[in-house]
Ligand binder design. Structure first.
Ligand SMILES: *Cc1c(COP(=O)(O)O)cnc(C)c1O
Length: 425
């Protein structure tokens, strides 16, 4: 937008600037392809010498509006929207690593990302070493190799709810001269901009808080524009791309080399683009991001305090609780709130967890998180069931752990519901 607006204004005005007579609301451009009248212009667009819409896989104005808003929200230079969060995570890595390369990742990452890094990317020749997010800088540096191409972490791990030590991870990235990728899905740009703390790439599952209403899947990759790809480790960014005549991403696109590479090679060749209507719904969800995440955070803190004081509850974990081991880091990095996810255990353990879930009425049993409704789940037997017991514990999943995604319903109703449900067990 060219002005230093604050997040609540960017959430509403960012990414789309209609002129006289144009629709005030971002239109859903429900067309797979576009009319063109100048063959020379079409040739230029194909060769990345001009911007223009030719075909829906390589661009759509509704999707562009979402990308531009997200780049502004995360203080990046450009963004690429994808069909879902997992596609964003995959592309964020495939853009900078190929067979024979290596990634360092926090072990406290989303289950889907863990499986991707541990099982599927190795099939393409990209290996990952997982590190405990609380390991020291020296311990993390020890697992680095000459072919290490990125370090990866999540702002708030799920369901361990550890807050990423941005400065430590950024220092490792700096020392190794590799990009630092952060999944900021749960914190959202309302609570923190990882780029402020040294991240070079920010990814999201927009399916969660960004959309906020659970009516469209989506993902986004934000290019921080703050990494020097011409450092000898990323020749594919510097040398001419064999699928574009004479184009070098670094030389031709400068700060947005990474986003342009993803758009013009990975999106072109692998697809996984968002449907225009999903981009529209995500963009509309973002218009209230600042209101929702503020309320999610307030409600979650109140529920966490209530559960902490309840005699049938054995423990509660929420980054903004003073009793949390993450409290100081949460205060340092997260602006005024800890988002909507909390976890807790009951004194009766796993045996009564299912009973509590059955008793709840305002909060329902749902696998998703980060939308306006309140949800609860038992990750040990569901979302993380594919992992071994040891892996579950490593990623913060304990047998008695219940994960709550606190919605924006009236907090008094949420708490009364827990009170009644707990009474019955
Ligand atoms: C849900 C989620 C993903 C995957 O996103 P999808 O939109 O479900 O593909 C990735 N990272 C985090 C932190 C998530 O919560």
């Amino acid at each position: 937008m060219g002005e230093n607006y604050r997040i609540g204004t960017i959430a509403i005005k960012g990414g789309y600037n209609p002129k006289g007579g144009e629709p005030k609301v971002v239109p859903i451009v429900q067309s797979a392809t576009y009319e063109q009248d100048d063959p020379e212009f079409v040739a230029k667009v194909f060769n990345l010498e001009a911007d223009g819409y030719l075909y829906g896989r390589t661009g759509n104005p509704t999707v562009t509006a979402l990308e531009e808003k997200f780049a502004e929200l995360e203080k990046g230079v450009a963004a690429v929207a994808t069909a879902c969060g997992q596609a964003a995570v995959v592309y964020s890595i495939l853009a900078l690593a190929k067979a024979g390369d290596h990634i360092i990742a926090s072990s406290a990452v989303y289950g889907g990302t863990y499986n991707l890094l541990k099982i599927n990317l190795p099939k393409l020749g990209i290996e990952t070493t997982f590190v405990d997010p609380e390991a020291s800088k020296e311990e993390i540096l020890k697992v680095a190799k000459s072919n290490t191409k990125a370090i990866y972490g999540e702002t708030i791990g799920n369901p361990g709810l550890n807050v990423l030590d941005f400065e430590k991870f950024a220092a490792v990235a700096k020392e190794l001269d590799i990009p630092f990728i952060v999944d900021n899905t749960i914190a959202t740009p309302y609570l923190v901009n990882p780029i402020d703390y040294g991240a070079n790439v920010v990814v999201h599952s927009t399916t969660k808080y960004a959309n906020g209403h659970a009516d469209a899947l989506g993902g986004i990759i934000v290019d921080g524009g703050n990494f020097n790809w011409d450092n000898g480790k990323f020749p594919e960014f510097v040398e001419e791309d064999p699928s574009y005549h004479g184009i070098s991403f670094v030389k031709n696109f400068g700060k947005s080399a990474y986003a342009t590479k993803i758009h013009s090679t990975l999106i072109r060749d692998f697809g996984a683009i968002p449907a225009p209507v999903n981009a529209f719904l995500t963009n509309r969800g973002l218009e209230t991001l600042h209101l929702r995440v503020q309320r999610h955070s307030e409600n979650a803190l109140k529920l966490a305090k209530y559960l902490e004081s309840h005699p049938k509850v054995s423990w509660v974990n929420y980054p903004y609780l003073e009793s949390s081991s993450q409290y100081n880091r949460a205060k340092k990095y997260l602006r005024g709130g800890g988002s909507g996810i909390l976890t807790f255990g009951l004194k009766g353990g796993e045996a009564v967890a299912g009973k509590l879930i059955e008793n709840l009425k305002v909060t329902s049993l749902v696998v998703n998180l980060g939308d306006v409704r309140s949800y609860i789940i038992h990750p040990w037997s569901t979302t993380h069931a594919q992992l071994s017991s040891e892996e579950k514990i490593k990623s913060g999943v304990l047998p008695d752990l219940l994960r709550v995604s606190v919605g924006v319903e009236d907090i008094n109703d949420i708490i009364e519901d827990y009170s009644e449900a707990l009474e019955k067990i």
